[in-house]
Ligand binder design. Structure first.
Ligand SMILES: Cc1cc2nc3c(=O)[nH]c(=O)nc-3n(C[C@H](O)[C@H](O)[C@H](O)COP(=O)(O)OP(=O)(O)OC[C@H]3O[C@@H](n4cnc5c(N)ncnc54)[C@H](O)[C@@H]3O)c2cc1C
Length: 553
């Protein structure tokens, strides 16, 4: 035995590793979100604040973290047949998935603002959604879809009478039974087919009239998330054109509807959620809205989903930033904590600004969903939804990659949450209308309703005259929008600039001066990259204040 060799059981002491970021209140330590809630949902602010504080504590607790990790480590599996060879087409989930779904339903994430439509209800839900997205995202898919179908269903009286009480219910009922026997339901949507997703007019699924509003659907969907939902809105061609149909999992006579799950998607992220490919073998469905007007009917649902994409990514960006800040507070390199290294401060402060800007924009957008009957807000909602969805979700993967790098090698390892966050990030950018489609939608909105431009101008006007960089940026944006030449080719630049202008206006009016100053210098000034790579804030930025404001504990 070598006497200089250390005893076998004490090979080394562990030091200079950051503890896990857990048992903290996600809301209490998120000043940007608290301020946005007070600003955008003012009439409910006090009550909402206390409620969100409770949710923030729960969501930052170990229990939630463990459920989220487990639900993603144990993805759903498909049970096509029972022992007797009968088709079941049933997806089985880990119990933690059901716990998470119960949590969301219990707190009104899937229908709260519809069931209790008080002023500020969408903002309140938006804040919960953003906080929850920090912890788990797969369960948000059916939650969002359930929230988003309501405006379409409300207009169909028989459907509304039968389904809304269970949609509004705070009970999550995981049982695979006809909806009439369940305490609560979730809903999904099916547009995308093999030959076309963005271009839904390329759909080939067919609907044949049985009687009244009842149809038989033959066809398929190439992406069909959350197939264990109790019903779906889908698109199919009927004799009168592309129409929207309500497709329940079970028919009213208690039979399993002819929806055949072909297989589950093997996705790069969003692991806890079941994504599937399905075929409809004469499945029973009911026309929703006017025949031939399926696209506008289902697109309204898409608008709510897009709001959630922006909110969800704002939550993911916040969690990625929190993880990075937390790590840098504990990890030393070259004799100093990372948080004290000038270049790392710049990267972290830049991430913090992105997070605050994403939160401010997503929450402002949420207010436009509260003001359902206000004309200006509805025009703003029309144009800002695709713009915010585009820009916030486009920034997500960049933030995920940069925050992961702050954690060094640990960021790349599955044990923490960074790898999951990173894999989730691109999804919000792809589904519910991918990047280009969002930018073209912004142009479409402004082309059809020129008043959108006025409403946007009014939104940024209160911040004009405070900072020359902002004024110049807005002036150029106005010129760019009024110049029709090559406008489609320039749609990304214009959409990005709309989002940046609104973010700038919000931060200049409502955030501390040092946040607004750093945002203008790094995102709006001529010399900036317009929010390109991170860590490019000017050397005289107030780094300490920026980092303190974003610090998650
Ligand atoms: C995990 C996951 C779950 C999903 N769940 C569902 C679901 O439940 N229900 C559902 O219906 N769909 C679902 N989708 C599908 C998703 O909505 C589509 O993938 C998305 O809308 C893009 O459609 P596509 O895949 O057919 O791509 P395409 O439509 O072929 O688009 C490919 C690319 O071309 C771009 N593009 C399209 N048109 C233009 C144009 N005119 N000019 C410039 N660029 C253009 C798009 O922006 C995109 O980047 C899901 C997708 C994923 C990844």
């Amino acid at each position: 035995m070598n006497p200089t060799h250390p005893p076998l059981l004490a090979t080394h002491d562990v030091f200079n590793q950051a503890p896990e970021l857990v048992d903290y209140n996600l809301y209490a330590h998120n000043s940007a979100l608290q301020e946005a809630v007070a600003r955008e949902g003012a009439s409910l602010a006090k009550q909402t604040h206390d409620w969100l504080l409770e949710r923030g504590g729960e969501l930052g607790g170990r229990q939630m973290l463990e459920w989220a990790a487990q639900a993603n480590k144990s993805p759903p599996t498909l049970k096509l047949f029972d022992n007797g060879g009968n088709r079941r087409d049933e997806v089985e989930f880990h119990p933690t998935y059901h716990e998470l779904m119960s949590y969301l339903k219990r707190h009104g994430a899937s229908a709260g603002p519809w069931a209790n439509p008080v002023a500020g209800a969408h903002v309140r839900r938006a804040a919960l959604y953003l906080l929850y997205a920090e912890i788990e995202d797969g369960t948000l898919c059916p939650t969002t879809m359930t929230y988003a179908v309501v405006p379409a269903i409300v207009r169909d009286r028989p459907l509304a009478e039968e389904w809304l009480p269970r949609i509004y219910s705070l009970d999550y009922d995981k049982r695979f039974l006809p909806a009439a026997q369940k305490r609560g339901v979730t809903l999904g949507m099916g547009l995308t087919e093999k030959q076309g997703g963005s271009d839904v007019r390329a759909n080939t699924s067919r609907a044949e009239l049985i009687s009244g509003r009842e149809y038989s659907i033959v066809g398929h969907k190439w992406f069909f998330s959350a197939p264990m939902c109790d019903a779906f809105l889908i698109l199919a061609h009927s004799p009168g054109g592309l129409s929207c149909f309500f497709l329940p999992r079970w028919t009213p006579d208690g039979r399993l509807n002819d929806i055949r799950i072909q297989r589950l998607k093997d996705k790069m992220g969003d692991k806890s959620n079941a994504g599937s490919e399905v075929e409809f073998w004469g499945a029973r469905a009911w026309l929703v809205g006017e025949e031939g007007r399926g696209v506008p009917t289902i697109l309204e649902m898409g608008t709510y989903c897009r709001l959630d994409c922006a909110l969800g990514t704002a939550g993911l960006i916040r969690q990625a930033t929190s993880q990075a800040l937390h790590h840098a507070h504990y990890r030393s390199a070259f004799g100093k904590l990372l948080i004290a290294q000038p270049l790392m401060k710049n990267v972290l402060a830049d991430l913090a600004i992105e997070s605050e800007a994403a939160t401010a924009l997503a929450m402002r957008l949420a207010r436009a969903f509260d003001a359902q009957t206000d004309e200006a807000e509805s025009l703003l909602r029309r144009v800002l939804t695709p713009a915010a969805k585009y820009w916030i979700c486009k920034r997500g993967p960049a933030v995920g990659g940069e925050a992961m790098e702050v954690l060094g090698g640990n960021g790349f390892i599955e044990e923490g949450v960074m790898a999951r966050i990173y894999r989730q990030m691109p999804l919000n950018s792809i589904w519910e209308g991918s990047g280009n489609v969002m930018c073209l939608d912004v142009l479409r909105a402004m082309g059809k309703r020129p008043r959108c431009l006025e409403v946007l101008a009014a939104e940024v006007a209160p911040a004009l005259g405070r900072d020359a960089r902002f004024d110049t940026f807005v002036g150029k944006l106005k010129n760019g929008l009024s110049d029709a030449q090559h406008i489609e080719t320039r749609a990304r630049q214009l959409t990005q600039d709309i989002a940046l202008a609104v973010q700038g206006a919000l931060l200049m009016q409502f955030a501390p001066d040092y946040v607004a100053e750093a945002f203008c210098a790094s995102r709006l000034a001529e010399s900036s990259f317009g929010g390109g790579s991170f860590g490019n804030l000017p050397g005289n930025s107030n780094f300490d204040a920026l980092l303190k404001r974003a610090w998650p504990q």
